[in-house]
Design a protein around this ligand. Structure first.
Ligand code: GSH
Length: 256
């Protein structure tokens, strides 16, 4: 029986795969291991009751194993590894945290309205560290074979690339040649092509976190249904962002 997995639907298009990097990470893991799966697309702006019943926290991704619904991509990929050990995707412990600060650094830079707050430099430092790691150990983080760290980083680098170019006209410097090669390699894999969200939805998903001006100009080009969905999403994300900021202040960090 195929594994069942709940992932995010696109904003304003509930029948299309959406822009959640954690959902894509799980799909990539299933694809790389050739595990057959059935996808349920969840409209996170109007979560179905059955979904909230099996997962009261309401976040995607969720996987169903042995009649149990399990959320959280970290937990899910570990379980997939246990049940489907081939090909092995667990990284060597020494590379497990490679690139782990790229996503929170990207989000900080995307949200930043102050060009002198150091968020751009912090992201560049993380990308440079990845470039150096790949230069020494590549082409993948673990060497010759793809591993779970690559499958976690691939969707995040895709979001970074698409959103920063769209909202800030910012590109990963050409000098980071190993990062560029790495992204090409990841994005050209069959697993990525099969699970890739449309750029339009990635941009729509980040719009509420980027500047309002960019959000409005982007909305101008959308149809009414998408505008309504995005309006709701924007309201909810601003609330979430405020909660996150409060938590960050309490915990002293960002959880991506
Ligand atoms: N730490 C979680 C993060 C999952 C997450 O943040 N999912 C977002 C979509 S990208 C979500 O479900 N948002 C809807 C909501 O919180 O209501 C994981 O790795 O699975």
């Amino acid at each position: 029986m195929a594994v069942e997995v709940c992932v995010k639907a696109a904003a304003g298009a509930p029948e299309v795969l959406g822009d959640c990097p954690f959902s894509q990470r799980v799909l990539l893991t299933l694809e790389e291991k050739k595990v057959p799966y059935k996808m349920h697309l969840i409209n996170v702006n109007e979560k179905p009751q059955w979904f909230l019943e099996v997962n009261p926290e309401g976040k995607v991704p969720v996987i169903k194993f042995d009649d149990k619904c399990i959320p959280d991509s970290d937990v899910i990929v570990d379980l997939i590894e246990e049940k489907y050990p081939n090909p092995p995707l667990s990284p060597q412990p020494e590379v497990a945290s490679v690139g782990s600060k790229i996503f929170p650094s990207f989000v900080k830079f995307l949200k930043s309205k102050d060009p002198n707050d150091g968020s751009e430099q912090a992201l560049l430092d993380e990308l440079k560290a990845l470039d150096e790691h790949l230069k020494a150990h590549g082409p993948y983080v673990n060497g010759e074979n793809i591993c779970g760290v690559d499958l976690s980083l691939a969707p995040k680098l895709f979001h970074l690339d698409v959103a920063l170019e769209h909202f800030k006209g910012w590109k990963i410097p050409e000098s980071l040649t190993h990062v560029h090669k790495y992204m090409k390699l990841l994005f050209s894999r069959e697993s990525f092509k099969k699970t890739e969200p449309s750029k339009e939805y990635v941009i729509a998903g980040w719009a509420p976190k980027a500047s309002l001006k960019c959000f409005q100009s982007h909305c101008f080009n959308l149809d009414l249904r998408s505008k309504q969905a995005l309006g709701l999403q924007q309201k909810r994300q601003i609330e979430e962002e405020e909660e996150e900021e409060e938590e960050e202040e309490e915990e002293g960090g960002f959880q991506g």
